[in-house]
Design a protein around this ligand. Sequence first.
Ligand SMILES: [Zn+2]
Length: 124
Amino acid sequence: MARKPGRDEAREERERVVGAWARRLDVRVLHCRELQHAWQPAHAQLCVDGGWERVLACSRCGSRKRQMLDSFGRLVGSPRYEYAEGYLPDREEALGRLDSDDRAALRLAVIQRQNARVPAAPAL
Ligand SMILES: [Zn+2]
C-alpha cells in the first residue's frame, strides 16, 4: 500500500493500532475521547475544614471526576478520575499517552461511524 506523504513506517503502524482500538470503542467513549467529557455536577459534600468534595459525572460515558475545593471554591490538588468501562485501553494494547496525530485518528473514526449510519443517497 502506498504510504501517505510525510508519514514514516512507525507513524503508520501507530495509526493502524490506534485506529483498530478506536473501532472497538463504544461510540459514547469514542466521542469523549475525541471531544472530551461532558461534565455535569453530580454531588457535593461539605468537608469538616469548610471545603467541598465535589463529584462531576460525564453525561455521555458515565466517567466520574472528583474535585477537592477549599471554602472559597478554589481547586485543591489534582482531581481524581473514575473512568467508564472501556475508556482506558487494555494494558496489552500499550497505547501510552495519545498525541495529536492519535487524536486526529479518533476524529476520523468518529466521522467514519457517523457516515456509516447515514443511508447512502439514492442514485440519480
Ligand atoms: Zn465521558
